[in-house]
Design a protein around this ligand. Structure first.
Ligand code: S3P
Length: 170
């Protein structure tokens, strides 16, 4: 595998609902290392859900909290780290990912809306899921490509299959 001294061992990025948490946990199990998720860190630290933070402070407030959480996780965590889907919007965060094993999970629009569109826990897609998704991906596609060392497509694959593909890519 050639897992060297970089920390964390792998960073998962990609749109919400693509399976970063599921695959990240399986990947960590297979590697015998820990799993961490910046959304979970934020919810624990804030004592509020992501939807509540968006409602209270708007997206800019959430992004500021997220930026700090990502910085801390990158500095502390040596296992598999999953970032929230929008973390790569921040230029400093993208710079901090340079040189790390960043794996982007991808999926097509239909799959995305099916998996995440009707999920109230994801405030960005609560209304007009299909259109909002197209906009999000147009705005973000190049940012995922900029930070990712590899892109693993998840369409039609089980979490176990995606995890194996990620392992093969490391
Ligand atoms: C977001 C993705 C979510 C969460 C928040 C915003 C985004 O994380 O951070 O709802 O902007 O794509 P997941 O990708 O873990 O769902």
């Amino acid at each position: 595998l050639g897992l060297g001294a970089t920390r964390p061992k792998a960073v998962l990025v990609g749109p919400m609902g693509v399976g970063k948490s599921t695959v990240g946990q399986l990947l960590a199990e297979r590697l015998g290392i820990g799993y961490r998720d910046t959304d979970d860190d934020i919810v624990r630290e804030q004592g509020r859900t992501i939807a509540e933070i968006f409602a209270d402070e708007g997206e800019p407030g959430f992004r500021a909290i997220e930026k700090r959480a990502v910085r801390r996780a990158l500095a502390e965590h040596e296992g598999v780290l999953a970032l929230g889907g929008g973390a790569i919007l921040d230029a400093d965060t993208r710079a901090a990912l340079a040189g790390l094993r960043v794996v982007c999970l991808s999926m097509d629009v239909e799959e995305a809306v099916r998996r995440a569109g009707l999920n109230a826990a994801r405030p960005l897609l609560a209304v007009n899921a299909h259109e909002r998704w197209q906009e999000l991906m147009e705005a973000r596609r190049h940012l995922y490509a900029e930070v990712a060392r590899v892109v693993v497509a998840t369409d039609g694959r089980s979490p176990e299959e995606v995890t194996q593909a990620v392992l093969d890519s490391l």
